[in-house]
Ligand binder design. Structure first.
Ligand SMILES: O=c1ccn([C@@H]2O[C@H](COP(=O)(O)OP(=O)(O)O[C@H]3O[C@H](CO)[C@@H](O)[C@H](O)[C@H]3O)[C@@H](O)[C@H]2O)c(=O)[nH]1
Ligand SMILES: [Mn+2]
Length: 745
């Protein structure tokens, strides 16, 4: 371990974004002015004014949440050189990859991620890679076995030439665009690698088309007669670094946990807990890295960077996890569907890093094993002793004798050695802890491990760390640590956003909410408030949908929520300031105006449609009426012959999903109200008639919903289906009727 007198392995620097703070505060003041105006105006007690007041109060609260989260951003600077001076002390790290569906997540993608992990710049005898396959697919297993053979050539090649991108498909596709002067030897070896890789992907392709007969026997026999929803645990050690060579290959283990129809499997969280236990038995590394199957390593030194933080003898001791940004490769230019999250990571996540630390974003994260085992950050030796009693351990961790021993070791933080670790010795015990009944009555998913109960497992799991007094850190080395694939279509984006909104709603109203963590746990006030930025995704939609319905309501019933004349300047100034400020945020980190506008537009569309549906389904789940499912996001393997698609890459596509019914309804309601105003069909009233304020709102919403407007008239997948239009028209008519009945009736 490091001597306390040593220089720190990492430094934390707080930034002072003065200009941002001024703008943020100014916008807050304008919001408060607007609220003040509402309170003191004579119309306060009419229904629409009250609703507007409610929504604007919420927007003000949301702004305070954002401002608070962004206020004191921090970055970390890591010193690998200092860490490397202590090489003999480098700790083992277990690497986790999850996959769930061989169709939505093509095995070649999983294979690339695994290869990039195996080739990390870290002593290989300290690494073990575990792949969890919830799809129970012989194909994925086959692909991994074949990849492990390729790895024997690929890993030494990468290390010899210090290749940066170690996922072969990215390496070869990036090569095509950069031509450097290189040694003939490298070029020769590279072309050999390319041939081998092409051969590997061809083999996997062939099996997708026509499964080889040997799938029913030999190593693949265990997969015969299995159904992904009903099968025993399958655990296979594909590679074992028996001699513990520091320049060999890491262990590679395939795990498909038991599934039975009568059990709840808890989606990714369940898979992560099985990975934690199986790895606990086999290698029991004190640190673990978890990535989604599409997130490959982009910076081969990333483990070293993360270890600088986790191994630091002062500040690092309180850190439960290190989060790397989620970044994407081949994202569509200017982020047309708003799913690349560049700004969110830059301002919110980096902002939270200046408080108690970033939230756990589900992937690209290094965890401290004893923290995931439920320890508090500052537990004393004595307090821990009580917890290590065998009875207590069995109650929390389940009845596997072997696992209890390993858990006790992990909790004590006792010395680890990479020698004589042989995963295959533990197959039997590992099968036991991967079975569905194992967690029954234990604390898994409830007090420790990845938490259950919501389809977003990452946020409550992160909250659980922070609640116990741990901190977290961001790690943002150059080049960036990992890159993955963002959804490439509107539909998959909507499915993803809907899942987040429903899961987050359940979290916000559940026992793991940031509010509970602040009052009953060790989450600091400002940090708890910052957490509301993400946990409130679902709830936010309710207010935005209301606010989108208000101006049409006003037009139809000929009332008004906005001041007229000079008074209108206030809300307009607020709107303009907000837009200019966000635009400045985008430009200052090198994003384009187009990127900004796309995100502005999508924030309206996503909030009022996908998040709204997500909120409703979250509420149904909270009331116990229905359950939410984890719909896996489609990962696309870039196909060289699909280039023709590119010009339509950012275009909106529609289908019969309810998300589009909501969006189309909102659009039709705006159009209808505008038509009513234009034709002068409004209810006749004497005072406070609707005016420019309402019209501006409607126009802005129409501009945001322009792709939908085009969709009304387009055909095929770019057009909104006729049935969706009919449903929306019905809903819009009902809305108009209801509005009129409040005044006429
Ligand atoms: O039953 C399941 C469902 C999913 N997964 C895996 O979970 C990961 C994330 O799934 P994905 O469909 O890619 O979801 P995203 O919306 O892209 O994921 C984001 O949001 C999730 C929470 O909703 C987090 O878990 C992820 O880390 C985060 O990247 C993938 O590796 C899946 O294979 C499983 O292992 N088992
Ligand atoms: Mn994903």
């Amino acid at each position: 371990m490091a001597n306390d007198g040593d220089l720190p392995l990492y430094e934390k620097k707080w930034l002072k974004p003065r200009f941002q703070r001024v703008m943020d505060t100014f916008i807050l003041l304008l919001l408060l002015f607007l609220l003040g105006y509402r309170v003191f105006s004579i119309n306060t007690f009419t229904f629409p004014w009250f609703l507007a007041f409610l929504c604007e109060s919420w927007f003000t609260f949301t702004w305070i949440v954002i401002l608070n989260a962004k206020w004191s951003p921090a970055i970390t600077v890591t010193h690998i050189d200092r860490l490397l001076k202590r090489v003999p002390e480098l700790p083992p790290v277990d690497l986790f990859v999850t996959t769930a569906d061989p169709v939505l997540e093509p095995p070649i993608i999983v294979v690339n991620t695994v290869l990039s992990l195996m080739a990390l710049d870290y002593p290989t005898n300290k690494l073990a890679c575990y792949v969890s396959d919830d799809g129970c697919s012989p194909l994925t297993f086959y692909a991994l076995v074949e990849a492990s053979k390729f790895a024997k050539h690929w890993v030494p090649f990468c290390k010899k030439y210090n290749i940066q991108v170690r996922a072969p498909f990215r390496y070869f596709s990036e090569l095509a665009t950069t031509k450097n002067e290189e040694s003939p030897q490298l070029m020769q070896e590279r072309s050999r690698m390319k041939d081998m890789y092409d051969h590997l992907s061809q083999k996997i392709q062939d099996v997708i088309r026509k499964p080889v007969p040997s799938f029913v026997d030999g190593e693949f026999g265990v997969f015969s007669n299995t159904d992904r929803r009903n099968h025993p645990s399958i655990i296979k050690v594909i590679l074992e670094n028996k001699e513990s060579f520091s320049d060999g290959l890491p262990h590679l283990v395939y795990i498909s946990r038991e599934k039975r129809p009568q059990y709840q499997h808890n989606y990714k969280a369940g898979a992560m807990n099985v990975l934690t236990r199986v790895s606990g038995l086999m290698t029991n590394a004190p640190f673990m890295l978890n990535v989604d199957c599409d997130m490959f390593v982009n910076n081969p030194k990333i483990v070293l960077h993360a270890m600088c933080i986790l191994m630091d003898s002062k500040r690092g001791k309180e850190v439960a996890f290190v989060q790397c940004f989620q970044q994407f490769y081949d994202g569509i230019k200017d982020d047309p569907f708003g799913n690349q999250w560049v700004v969110a990571f830059q301002y919110i996540v980096q902002g939270m890093a200046g408080l108690q630390g970033p939230f756990f974003a589900g992937t690209n994260t290094f965890h401290r094993r004893k923290a995931i085992y439920g320890l508090y950050s500052n537990e004393t030796e004595a307090e821990r002793k009580g917890k290590l009693a065998e009875k207590m351990l069995i109650k929390q961790f389940g009845s596997s004798k072997e696992f209890i021993i390993s858990a006790a070791h992990a909790l004590e933080g006792s010395a680890y050695s990479a020698d004589d670790i042989s995963p295959s010795k533990f197959i039997e015990a590992a099968t036991q802890v991967a079975n569905c009944g194992y967690e029954y009555g234990t604390s898994w998913g409830n007090k420790l491990g990845w938490l259950y109960g919501s389809v977003v497992e990452d946020i409550p799991t992160g909250l659980n760390y922070h609640r116990k007094g741990w901190r977290s850190e961001c790690c943002t080395p150059d080049p960036i640590a990992f890159t993955g694939c963002a959804p490439r279509g509107l539909l998959s984006t909507m499915i993803q956003q809907k899942r987040w909104a429903s899961g987050l709603t359940v979290v916000f109203f559940g026992k793991h909410s940031p509010i509970m963590g602040t009052f009953f746990g060790k989450i600091q006030f400002r940090h708890g408030l910052a957490y509301c930025w993400i946990t409130n995704f679902g709830l936010r939609s309710v207010f935005e949908v209301c606010y989108a319905a208000l101006p049409p309501y006003c037009i139809i019933t000929n009332t008004s929520i906005f001041p007229k004349g000079l008074g209108l300047c206030f809300p307009i100034a607020l709107f303009v300031m907000y837009k200019v400020h966000t635009l400045q945020e985008y430009l200052s980190i090198g994003l384009s105006i187009r990127h900004w506008w796309n995100n502005q537009r999508m924030s309206i569309i996503t909030t009022t449609t996908a998040w709204f549906i997500g909120f409703l389904s979250g509420v149904l789940k909270l009331m116990g009426i229905s359950d939410n499912v984890f719909e896996v996001t489609q990962k696309e393997y870039p196909n060289s012959d699909a280039d023709g698609e590119d010009e339509n890459a950012g275009r909106f596509t529609f289908d019969e999903s309810p998300v589009f019914v909501i969006g189309t309804t909102i659009l039709l309601v705006q159009i209808t109200s505008l038509t009513i105003w234009f034709l002068g069909l409004q209810v006749v009233q004497n005072e406070n008639v609707s005016g420019p304020g309402e019209l501006i709102c409607i126009t802005y919403l129409l501009v945001c919903y322009l792709p939908y407007l085009k969709g009304l008239f387009a055909r095929g997948k770019y057009g909104i289906p006729f049935s969706t239009i009919c449903k929306s028209a019905m809903l819009a008519l009902i809305f108009v009727h209801l509005c009129r009945s409040t005044v006429v009736g």
